[in-house]
Design a protein around this ligand. Structure first.
Ligand code: CA
Length: 225
C-alpha cells in the first residue's frame, strides 16, 4: 500500500514516515502543496495524509481540487487547528477524517488502517487465495492456518501479489507498490525480494504458488483455483 504524506514540518514528517514505513507501507513524503499535487498526478495512492498549513498554500485547496477531479482516495487531515469550525470546513471540503496535532503515531496508524478498511474502499482486511492468506491489519501471512514469518518488504510484496492473484503483476506495478520515490531501488532489488518470498512460501508448504512470467512480471496462483 502506498501513502502520500504532505507535511512541511521536518521532524513531524520524518516521525510519521518512519512510523508508517515500519508498518509495511510505502510512504512518499512531500513538503509543499505543489510537490504533493504533482506526486498525486504521478502515482496511485491508497491514502493521502495532508497537513493544512503548508508553505505555499492551504491543504484544503488540495482536498477541493482532488474531489473536483473525482479522485476518491481517502484523505486524512493533520491539523494544528483544533477549532470546530476548521474541522467542519475540512470534512465539508471532502476529507474523510482529521487528527489534531500533537498526536501519537500509534493513533495515526490506527486511523490510517480504519480508512483503508472502509466499506467501498477496494481493500479488504484479509486477502486470500487458496490456502494462503494475508491480514493487512496485522501484516501476518498464513498458509493452511500456520503463520509465515516475513520481513516488512516480503509482506508488502505478498500483499501486492495476493491482490492480483491469478493475473500477472508487472515488475513496474510491484516496484511502485513497494518503493517510495526517494528510495534507491537497485535493478535486482525486486528479484531478490521475490526469491526470498518464494523461499518462505516453499518452507511453509505453499509450494509452486509464486510464478515468474518471463518478460512481464510475477503471478501468484493457487493450485486449487
Ligand atoms: Ca504545517
Amino acid at each position: 500500500m502506498r501513502l502520500l504524506l504532505v507535511e512541511d514540518n521536518e521532524r513531524l514528517g520524518a516521525l510519521i514516515r518512519d512510523g508508517l514505513v515500519a508498518e509495511g507501507l510505502a510512504v512518499d513524503w512531500c513538503q509543499t502543496l505543489e510537490d504533493g499535487l504533482s506526486a498525486r498526478d504521478t502515482a496511485a495512492y491508497d491514502l493521502v495524509l495532508l497537513d493544512l498549513g503548508l508553505p505555499d498554500g492551504d491543504g484544503l485547496d488540495m482536498v477541493r481540487q482532488m474531489r473536483r477531479q473525482g479522485d476518491t482516495v481517502p484523505i486524512l487531515l493533520l491539523t494544528a487547528r483544533g477549532e470546530l469550525r476548521d474541522r467542519v470546513t475540512g470534512l465539508d471540503a471532502g476529507a474523510d477524517d482529521y487528527l489534531v496535532k500533537p498526536f501519537d503515531v500509534v493513533e495515526l496508524s490506527a486511523r490510517c488502517r480504519a480508512l483503508l478498511r472502509r466499506p467501498g474502499h477496494r481493500l479488504a482486511p484479509i486477502l486470500t487465495t487458496g490456502d494462503l492468506s494475508f491480514d493487512t491489519a496485522t501484516r501476518q501471512a498464513t498458509y493452511c492456518g500456520k503463520s509465515i514469518d516475513l520481513s516488512r518488504r516480503e509482506g508488502g510484496l505478498l500483499e501486492a501479489l495476493i491482490r492480483r492473484a491469478g493475473s500477472v503483476a508487472t515488475k513496474e506495478s510491484l516496484e511502485q507498490a513497494l518503493y517510495a520515490f526517494n528510495e534507491p531501488v537497485t535493478p535486482n532489488a525486486l528479484e531478490a525480494t521475490v526469491s526470498r518470498l518464494r523461499k518462505r512460501l516453499d518452507e511453509a508448504g505453499a509450494i509452486d504458488m509464486l510464478h515468474t512470467v518471463r518478460g512481464l512480471g510475477y503471478m501468484l496462483r493457487s493450485r486449487r483455483s
